[in-house]
Design a protein. Sequence first.
Length: 735
Amino acid sequence: MSSKDTSPEDAQLMLHALRVHQIELEMQNEELRRVQLELDAARARYFDLYDLAPVGYCTVDEAGLILHANLTASALLGLARSELVKRPISRLIIQADQDIYYLLRKQLLESGEPQSCELRMMAHDGTSFWAHLAATAAQSSADAPVLRVVLSDISARKRAEQQLIASEESLRQSALHSQTILDNMADGVITIDAQGLIESFNKAASTIFGYRLEAVLGRNVAMLMPEPVRSHYNDLLQLSQSTGPASIVGLPREIQGQREDGSIFPMSLSVSRISRARQPIYIGIVRDITQHRQDEEEIRRLAFYDPLTGLPNRRLLIDRLKQAMATSRRTGQHGALMFLDLDHFKRLNDTLGHAVGDVLLQQVAIRLKDCVREGDSVARLGGDEFVVLLEGLSIHDHEAAAQTEAVANKILDASGQPYDLLGHTYSSTPSIGIVVFMEEHEAMDELLKKADVAMYQAKSAGRNTVRFYDSATQAAASAHAELEKDMHRDLADNKFVLHYQIQVDADGTPVGAEALVRWNHARLGMLAPAHFIRLAEATGMILPLSQWILDTACAELATWASQPQTARWTMAVNVSESQFSRADFVTTVATALQNTGINARLLSLELTERMLVDDVANSITKMNTLKALGVGFSLDDFGTGYSSLSYLKQLPLDQLKIDQSFVRDVLTNPSNAVIARTVVALGHSLGLTVIAEGVETAAQCALLSELGCDAFQGLHFGPPAPASELARFIGKNTA
Ligand code: C2E
Ligand code: MG
Ligand code: MG
């Protein structure tokens, strides 16, 4: 259309229309701009959300290369977004965990279902962190299949988890540690709940009670105790719950336990109460004290019993004696105390040894027990000393004495039977001293002393016998005690002297003398051996005394030898029983010979039968050894002892000495004359000389001479006198 054709009005209209259109366009533009702005804002919001999301996002293509990543992912991995793009996602996972990723990917592709896993990723700076990976399959805008991966840093959670695991482990360790301690405790530890049901039971408890853990858990603890403790225990538990003490006080510390096999044993128990979750729990600590009890019993046994024989010792005897005396006072019945000592026990010890001696003591103990009634006691005081305590004897003293004597005789009989001591057949006898008592009027020590005195009486009476105590004996014993003290002092002070009694031959010519000891006592005057030899034997003083006698006699013999008139005189020395029984007897004689340089042939030792018979073989050995040195032997007091021809033949004797008891009545008592004649004949048939002692008259001498006696000794020729007074016999014929 041209302008010629267009009217101004039309043009005006068109212009208006254009303006309107223009305005509309501008408005549309405005709208478009606004929408654009909104779009921009939305996109910006989207990117903010996408990029600054608290998790990392990555889009990964089929080859595993990263196509996009948000800022969070870039921050997590420490790489700029541009550096992430085209990077294989597997390279960001630590080597060890890559398999986890491939597995996830495989499962995702196969199932099409979203998958997730936990693995460690590596940031650009080399630090690793725990990541949670969630992946879904999707399509890219270009329709290619991609993976959308959401990753979040779960290091903090993992750390917390690991700490938890570690603390659980440490708890487990410390529980294990506690259990190990409990299991290694020597004491049983048992915990029970408020109902008394067992919650725990350590190894020692298992060992003590014999139950396996499974057999006791959940069961009532009373199963571990026998009746009646069982019911008692439950009561106490209840009581403790109502009163609520921290430990069960009423329970005895030592009670009985019962093992699975039913056996019962003593145990110590301490229980304490603690609370767990407001519920009381009881912890019991248990110890098997069987051994402890046995040890206590053993200690008691050692304190009151003799270990060798198992008999009560002195302590227990005193205790029983005390009771016996109290009973006697109550009932009016007598009791008796027997003191028993084995004859020649020392000799057995010396010859066969202590082991054999011990066996004898044990066998004697058994025999003694067999000889008494149930209520009586047999005790060993030590050494070879035993005491028998009889109770409940008659109320009449003579009957009580008779009853006691019967028991004593039974003991003599029983102990007289031969013993078998480790293959040695041995005969032993006891000497028994008895004191019968009633009421409590005497001190116990006194009673024991009296029985002891009576026992020495029995010994003096020739052993293997019984003696009752009487007060006269006691008086003598007291005097003895006094003498014993004096003897110690006077031996040191040289108050003993030797007197010598001349011995003559058939012609009345002095041929020697017998040394006889005397004690020059300050108060009692010159004492004869009868007053002290036995006491010296009993106290052991005999050994130093005998040594002194031997040395002094040998010295005197040396003096005689140095003078022509007495040079051929012999010296007879009496030997005591204990001196001869000692193992060193031969040595002491040999030493005395050596020290004085005397001719052994001039020394004659006087022995008695009693000291030879107990151990003939040993006696012979000793005598032969001395015989070989030249020493002679004379058998003293012959005719008073055992006089058995069989051993007499074996003994290396030189002389028999007819006892003075036969000599005394030889003129008036025909049988003594017969004995004297027999002794002479016997001696001569054995090749021995025979000497008569105690010859007091010429008539006795004449008769004995006629009977064939070779030598004589007695008051008729001269009394025992000091050496200085022997001069008057020199060169004399006393007949
Ligand atoms: P024994 O060995 O038989 O000694 C003889 C005893 O008779 C002596 O008594 C002596 O003094 C005494 N006697 C001497 N002649 C006569 C007499 O004619 N008539 C009477 N009735 N008696 C006479 P003694 O000295 O009292 O000795 C007694 C016993 O003591 C001795 O008997 C002896 O067994 C022992 N004994 C003496 N001295 C010792 C010694 O040194 N050591 C040892 N172990 N014992 C000794
Ligand atoms: Mg003599
Ligand atoms: Mg004699």
